[in-house]
Design a protein around this ligand. Sequence first.
Ligand SMILES: [Zn+2]
Length: 165
Amino acid sequence: MSKSPEAGVSVIEELTEAGVVTADSEQDDIELTDSFHDDWQRRIEQLEKKGPIHYLALMLGVEPRALTLRDHGGQFTVSHGSDTIGEWPSEAAILADVAVATLLLEWWPAWADLDGPLRDELLARFRVFLETCPDCEGEIEPREPDDTDRLVPQLVCSQCDAVLL
Ligand SMILES: [Zn+2]
């Protein structure tokens, strides 16, 4: 996987071939295929029982108890010892990402070869496709951010206020 400017296009082409996304002709954009969307919802429900940290640890090949989840007032970090594994705007976002990452491994094996920043970017883009909150199944709605430096609306659960993006 190259980091050329065309990388984004080829990833979308590959995801289309893998049956993960499909062209949305009405909006001149892409959307998830129904089968990937359904699998994602099912996966979220499965992961919810033990919580995303358990599966994040499995993916990283570490003991679940070696990972620490911290809430920094609206910003969640997961760390392993002194290494920060990642940052998320909510626990619901961690759940969504871990569910997509485990599914992509099955649907599109090339996922395993992507470099870290590209994976993170793709995972965040997948969260835009969420229709319901991974935590409480509330409706996701765009909301104007409090932070005026931010140019795009946040995606927030209308029921539990979890920030997804
Ligand atoms: Zn919610």
